[in-house]
Design a protein around this ligand. Structure first.
Ligand SMILES: [Zn+2]
Ligand SMILES: [Zn+2]
Length: 339
């Protein structure tokens, strides 16, 4: 399925880049992707090797702590593996999602604390957010979570149980968990990029993806404000397939789901906050529609779908903010010049 979208998408979607690429260009990009991702895996393997070596002092000591904690849970839920699985893959990620979004919504609806509001990327937008638009989005998000995500996680449990017990008595090693998270991220980048570009082809865009783009200045919950079909294909599958393919342990799966929810919330939140990953990339996608389709930007670079982005102020600001000065103050807009 991934292969299919990979082939069909760049021909149908995003006119500007398909014109540049042509069929040979696409092959070239695919080869480059393989090289970049392949060397990425090698680099991560080497990096996590040395990182693990250093962290073992901390983790090695606390490793027993986590294993003991897991053993307690394992014994407590003995015979109720499904319950334990759903607590880790539904309840925990949902709490992570609504916990982070609850805080963001406070700022979006009240503009307070003004300290946070200063970090808004699109300065004049959502201050405060339109209540009718917001409540419509909240209802759609809850619908997607209850009627799409939850049944999909049930299916994931049955698929994972077919090939082993995702709630086994032994935790994976720290090293392996890191490796799995890296592989999940690569798979997510590939699946999200190509399915997202496919949803930007005119016919699919009109019927499905337009809804997500109603928000040209997104807020946190907009991350899963989408047509149900898009929610299945672009939001859920790229995230849930990794652990199914690798037959991961519940602990890694749960951590991955929480990370995925939190990172997509940050990408949409509309604030470039200190010490958090930069949301400029996806915020720019909502602003301009035909740029920045991926999660990490690797495939956008390879397919040339970030060329306009790389000429903007937003690109200059697309970095980890390590001071308290908002980036639109330290990297101000050039006065009145069409981008
Ligand atoms: Zn989005
Ligand atoms: Zn889009």
């Amino acid at each position: 399925m991934t292969v299919e979208t990979r082939v069909s998408d760049p021909r149908g979607a995003a006119k500007t880049s398909s014109r540049q690429e042509g069929p040979g260009g696409i092959w070239d990009s695919v080869k480059k992707t393989v090289v970049v991702i392949g060397s990425g895996i090698l680099f991560l393997a080497a990096f996590s090797n040395s990182l693990t070596w250093h962290l073992q002092r901390f983790w090695g000591a606390s490793g027993d702590f986590w294993q003991n904690l897991w053993t307690k849970l394992f014994v407590m839920f003995e015979g109720h593996d499904a319950t334990l699985f759903y607590l880790g893959t539904m309840l925990l990620p949902t709490l992570a999602f609504w916990g982070s979004n609850g805080l963001l919504l406070l700022v979006d609806t009240t503009g307070k604390p003004s300290f946070i509001a200063r970090y808004r990327i699109q300065v004049d937008k959502n201050s405060p957010v339109d209540p009718a638009k917001l409540s419509h989005a909240v209802r759609n998000v809850i619908f997607n979570q209850v009627f799409i995500s939850m049944p999909m996680v049930v299916a994931v449990y049955y698929l994972m149980s077919l090939r082993g017990n995702p709630c086994g008595p032994e935790l994976p090693t720290f090293h392996w968990a890191l490796m799995e998270l890296a592989m999940f991220s690569i798979l997510e980048e590939i699946m999200f990029y190509y399915s997202h570009r496919l949803f930007h082809s005119p016919s699919l865009y009109k019927h499905f993806h337009k809804q997500h783009h109603e928000w040209t200045a997104p807020i946190g919950i907009v991350s899963i404000y989408a047509h149900p079909l898009e929610h299945v294909i672009s939001n859920m599958l790229p995230v849930v397939l990794g652990p199914v393919i690798l037959g991961s342990h519940l602990s890694t799966t749960s951590m991955w789901y929480c990370l995925a929810f939190i990172s997509t919330t940050i990408s949409h939140c509309g604030y470039h906050l200190p010490f958090l990953p930069s949301p400029e990339f996806h915020d720019f996608h909502h602003l301009k529609f035909n740029q920045c389709f991926g999660v990490f930007g690797v495939l956008d670079r390879l397919h040339g779908t970030d060329t306009k982005f790389r000429q903007t102020k937003q690109y200059e600001r697309h970095t980890l903010l390590t001071s308290l000065t908002p980036l639109n103050e330290s990297v101000p807009d050039t006065p009145k010049k069409g981008q």
